[in-house]
Ligand binder design. Structure first.
Ligand SMILES: Cc1cc2nc3c(=O)[nH]c(=O)nc-3n(C[C@H](O)[C@H](O)[C@H](O)COP(=O)(O)O)c2cc1C
Length: 145
């Protein structure tokens, strides 16, 4: 089973709750999950991890600021991270998420990470359905797809 790092950026708690739901799925599948705020996540947190789940929001129709800063900080440390890392992401949003999706595709490409299926999209208005979808994502990621 995979060891999974889960990082989130959250203003009002939805993404944090989704990150915790993903961790629940990972644990149910027999994997190990660590949940961190993206602002407190560094390359050291990737040590021994086969997979990474990012849960992020979409303020002002663009990639959330701390999430972008996280990738900028990580860039200089990227050689410390497995290049074949499985990368899943959850976007919690209310309007079109095309811009954030495109950014996540770019990060997967630049860092040489393996995109895990499609990015998962969740509405904060459908919190319970979102948590269930993300719990299932956690199970799949723990199992390696
Ligand atoms: C300052 C701010 C601006 C936002 N602008 C957008 C937006 O342009 N498009 C969008 O889809 N959601 C927008 N949202 C809504 C967030 O997507 C939604 O509130 C968020 O996903 C909830 O996650 P959180 O509780 O983890 O913060 C905005 C939220 C905040 C706080």
């Amino acid at each position: 089973m995979n060891k999974v790092l889960i990082s989130y950026q959250s203003f009002t708690g939805s993404c944090k709750a989704l990150a915790e739901a993903a961790a629940k799925g990972v644990s149910e599948a027999g994997g190990q999950a660590e949940v961190k705020n993206v602002a407190e996540t560094s390359s050291a947190d990737f040590a021994g991890r086969q997979a990474f789940i990012l849960v992020t929001t979409q303020p002002f129709q663009s990639l959330a600021g701390e999430t972008k800063t996280f990738f900028e900080r990580l860039w200089g440390q990227r050689e410390k991270i497995e290049s074949g890392l499985q990368f899943a992401a959850v976007i919690c949003h209310v309007n079109d998420a095309a811009s954030t999706e495109a950014n996540l595709d770019m990060f997967a490409k630049y860092f040489g990470w393996k995109k895990f299926g499609s990015w998962v999209e969740v509405s904060p208005k459908e919190a319970e359905a979102g948590k269930e979808a993300v719990r299932k994502l956690g199970i799949a990621v723990a199992q390696g797809g």
